[in-house]
Design a protein around this ligand. Sequence first.
Ligand SMILES: [Zn+2]
Length: 252
Amino acid sequence: MADKSQTLIKKKERKDKEAAELTKDVKEMKNEREKTGNDGEVSSAAAGVNNGAVANSQDGDFQVEPVEIPPFEIITGDRIDPLVFKFQFKNVEYSSGRNKTFLCYLVDKGNTVDGLLRGYLEDEHTGPHAEEAFYTQCLPHYDPAIKYTVTWYVSSSPCSACAAKIAEMLKARKNLKLSIFAARLFEWEEAEVQAGLRALHASGCKLRVMKPLDFTYTWDTFVENEEQPLNLWEDCKENYEYYHEKLANILQ
Ligand SMILES: [Zn+2]
């Protein structure tokens, strides 16, 4: 019994930390928008930040209000809004309030007419996830005669259901090589999430946590960066090392 209440307290503490982090990040994003004068239409991705309806009050408290869940939608695109990227890909430790997965992809089909595909997908966690949408939307026609080299840069690692689906798919499609680079590990403390990551690893998927250099590369390749370099956040390397160690322990 004592264990159970300990777990509950831990979960509550984590939730509080997550909400505080999220509030801080939303504030930072708003400030940055004001600074850059980019107060135009808030993109759907930025709006997604408010899905948990985190509201700041005067004294810095936060409240989470119940909101209606919007109809499920997968958004596809060429390049991500820079502020949205900085928010969604930030490799913070407490981040479940982000409510979304962003998946940037590169598909190399060798010497074919449409040899190289590039783009991104974003989901709401209320319907099929970005990982699944990738196969239905980006690779609907699979040709067993072609060798596919697929690389994903995802804002967080797959949930257990997606990990299982991807592992199955990789077993069935022997000529498709997949590498996944994740900014954060999604609910890595959960046993079933860990099992999913191990199954993915066992199916031949290359699984890594994004290094500082990977954030720079993703920024250069998938973001409307207007030729501006990415200024990495202060604790980027430290957070990478944190997640890298967690993943190594899970996969060993
Ligand atoms: Zn998923």
